[in-house]
Design a protein around this ligand. Structure first.
Ligand code: HEC
Length: 157
């Protein structure tokens, strides 16, 4: 029983190591799923219970996120990535820093192969579609629906 456990562990480790080296579209979809990219960059994803609509996948969102930083829109990643090559995307992801609530530090934590797989997955998606709306400064009124990021009650200082 114990030996079987060890054997299983070794096989599991070996297959995990192979998976980490694998640069592929399928791996890219997995990265997009565990990285939460679809949650914000694919309209309707969260409400669908995690179904990726191939039509909308990573095309960005028309619904903004509003907070002290103004109103930001999850970018259309098909368009953003169409403007750079694979190695350029890896370099870009090492330096990226955006306004909230984009978890840009998550891109810094990805390995080169994970970024390459993500890139190939995005490239495998169809027509780029339209740009997401432009960023709106604090105090200016957005022309689209938006979600307000504010705690219902501010903690005491
Ligand atoms: C909580 C929502 C959220 C999640 C999760 C999220 N993003 Fe974003 N993302 C945004 C928003 C909002 C922006 C626009 C930020 C701005 O305007 O400064 C953005 C911007 C970006 C940009 C910059 C696009 C440009 O115009 O240069 C990239 C690249 C990006 N996201 C990739 C990803 C990837 C890859 C993942 C998954 C690992 C991800 N995002 C997860 C909300 C999110």
């Amino acid at each position: 029983m114990f030996r079987t456990g060890i054997l299983f562990g070794l096989v599991f480790f070996a297959s995990a190591a192979i998976a980490a080296d694998d640069v592929s579209v399928e791996e890219g979809l997995r990265i997009a799923t565990i990285g939460g990219c679809h949650d914000c960059h694919t309209d309707g994803f969260a409400a669908s219970g995690g179904q990726v609509d191939p039509e909308k996948a990573l095309r960005g969102s028309q619904v903004g996120f509003q907070g002290p930083w103004g109103t930001t829109y999850p970018a259309n990643l098909r368009i953003v990535l169409s403007k750079m090559g694979e190695d350029e995307f890896v370099r870009y992801s090492r330096e990226i820093k955006t306004r909230p609530p984009m978890p840009w530090f998550g891109l810094h934590a990805m390995t080169d192969n994970e970024l390459k797989s993500f890139y190939r997955y995005v490239k495998s998606l169809g027509e780029p579609g339209a740009l997401a709306p432009d960023y709106v400064k604090p105090g200016e009124a957005p022309k689209t629906p938006f979600i307000v990021f504010a705690p219902p009650q501010m903690p005491a200082q």
